[in-house]
Design a protein around this ligand. Structure first.
Ligand SMILES: Cc1ncc(COP(=O)(O)O)c(C=O)c1O
Ligand SMILES: N[C@@H](CCCC[NH3+])C(=O)O
Length: 462
């Protein structure tokens, strides 16, 4: 199990015991390439740079906190997925992080896009994404969202309930079109990840169960409806997964359903989508799989299972989100206060918090953190990096070592925050959400601007 995603419940004692599991790193100035983006480096003067830009200049020009997105890193991950899944389709999962610049990058790199709300669809369309390359997800799409998706011609809708099958069929019929759909099936896999982000066990809201026959009934219904074309089946077992056994079981069970459909209806469905979920390294202790490895395993299983069932091999899709966006970005914060609690730990308060990264509070996620505006030879200091919110659970990094000479005004950065941080950001305490700054070849540009108080007040029309 990953250190970054584990079952809910207390994991750390408030005070780490003697010889605790978090040894101080040998070199506090080192940046582990596993968790930092491709072009992030510590220069000879001790200051960290990304895409050739000094983090102090980034802070001066764009303010803090800021999500600093390394465009070369993100694009190189798109390419790695595209190459690994040659002959299959890669849909980037926009829920991880979505903005217009990113839509353009993934489209240029040959990826398709998975959206799961009308809002995500709107961003994609406004960036000029070809609707035919969009897959529309969601367990409770509204009638208006379905209408719009069909009106603009999204390539596929992943249907998630009986009600939705009827709604999509009706909307397509009214428009006189045939809508391509996949049925989302629940294959009964207990993915090894945090319970909130596992999605293929029986007791949950997503999909239609294979075990209790609801998936088979959904297929029957879709096949009867002339305004729907059943492309195939979809399965997504969860997120931040390191153990690939879950993906393998899922692939095997989905192919078994294809065989059952062939036996019952005499049709061989042309596609399967095995979702996203590949874990990334949040700390040096995490050891994620590479896209090429996961591709090799999945393709081999699907081919083997199809051969055994005497089925044509369907076209495969995958939907990585975190594995593409996550490692590309670090959050840059300025230290505001450093509070030493005798015999306990040091609380380092930064100028953001749970409003820009809810993952620590929500999933007990673990992160790395480093002093980036200078190097330091000071002793390691057990620290908790906390935000500025009115809440004790406002923790960004639960346990980490920072140099003991850390002081207000220093810049610290938390790596691997490109996925599910800006996209889950909030305005708690009326804190404005940070900018996303894309850096490339020695230049930075704002791709999502920082919110202002004016933005907050614009919605307050009372
Ligand atoms: C249907 C679906 N596809 C893809 C993803 C992306 O997952 P991840 O970011 O873990 O790759 C998710 C989120 O878990 C999802 O629900
Ligand atoms: N938001 C979650 C993952 C959910 C994935 C979307 N189905 C996370 O930060 O890990």
């Amino acid at each position: 199990m990953s250190r970054s995603a584990h079952p809910a419940g207390p994991r750390h004692a408030d005070v780490l015991p003697e010889g605790h599991a978090l040894p101080a790193p040998e070199d506090l100035n080192a940046l582990d390439p596993k968790v930092w983006s491709l072009t992030t480096k510590r220069a000879d003067d001790g200051v960290v740079t990304v895409a050739g830009m000094d983090v102090r200049d980034l802070a001066r020009e764009f303010g803090t906190p800021a999500y600093i997105l390394d465009e070369d890193d993100l694009r190189s991950r798109c390419r790695a997925w595209k190459q690994a899944f040659e002959g299959s389709d890669v849909f980037y999962a926009g829920k991880a992080f979505l903005c217009r610049a990113l839509v353009k990058w993934i489209a240029e790199e040959g990826l398709n896009l998975d959206v799961c709300s009308g809002g995500e669809l709107a961003v994609a369309l406004s960036a000029g994404m070809d609707p035919a390359r969009i897959a529309f997800h969601g367990n409770n799409k509204s009638a208006a969202e379905i209408e719009r998706a069909i009106e603009v011609g999204v390539g596929r809708i992943i249907v998630d309930s009986y009600e939705e099958i009827a709604r999509v069929a009706f909307a397509a019929e009214r428009r006189g079109v045939t809508q391509k759909v996949l049925v989302r099936v629940t294959v009964g896999v207990e993915a090894h990840t945090h319970e909130f982000i596992a999605t293929a066990h029986e007791d949950q809201k997503f999909g239609l169960s294979v075990n209790d026959g609801k998936a088979a009934e959904a297929v029957r219904r879709v096949l009867k409806l002339g305004s729907l074309e059943l492309l195939g089946l979809h399965s997504h077992i969860g997120s931040q997964i390191f153990d690939t056994a879950g993906f393998e079981v899922s692939a095997r069970r989905v192919v078994a359903v294809l065989a059952a459909i062939r036996d019952e209806h005499g049709v061989e469905l042309p596609e399967i989508d095995l979702g996203g979920g590949l874990g990334i390294a949040y700390t040096s202790a995490d050891d994620p799989q590479q896209p090429a490895d996961i591709a090799r395993q999945l393709i081999a299983i699907v081919e083997r299972e199809c051969a055994a069932a005497n089925l044509r091999v369907p076209r495969l899709s995958v939907e990585p989100g975190r594995a593409i966006a996550g490692p590309s970005t670090f959050t840059l914060y300025e230290v505001g206060t450093v509070k030493h609690l005798d015999g306990l730990r040091t609380y380092v308060s930064v100028d953001g918090g749970m409003s820009d990264n809810i993952r620590t509070a929500l999933y007990d996620a673990e992160y790395d953190v480093a002093l980036v505006s200078r190097a330091s030879d000071a002793e390691p200091m057990l620290s908790r990096v906390v935000g500025k919110h009115c809440e004790s659970g406002d923790i960004v990094v639960r346990d980490a070592y920072l140099p003991a000479d850390l002081a207000p005004g220093d810049l610290v950065a938390v790596p691997a925050t490109g996925a599910y941080c800006r996209s889950m950001a909030s305005n708690y305490n009326h804190v404005t959400r940070p900018a996303v700054v894309a850096v490339k070849d020695g230049a930075g540009r704002v791709v999502v601007r920082r919110e202002t108080e004016e933005d907050l007040l614009r919605l307050d029309v009372g």
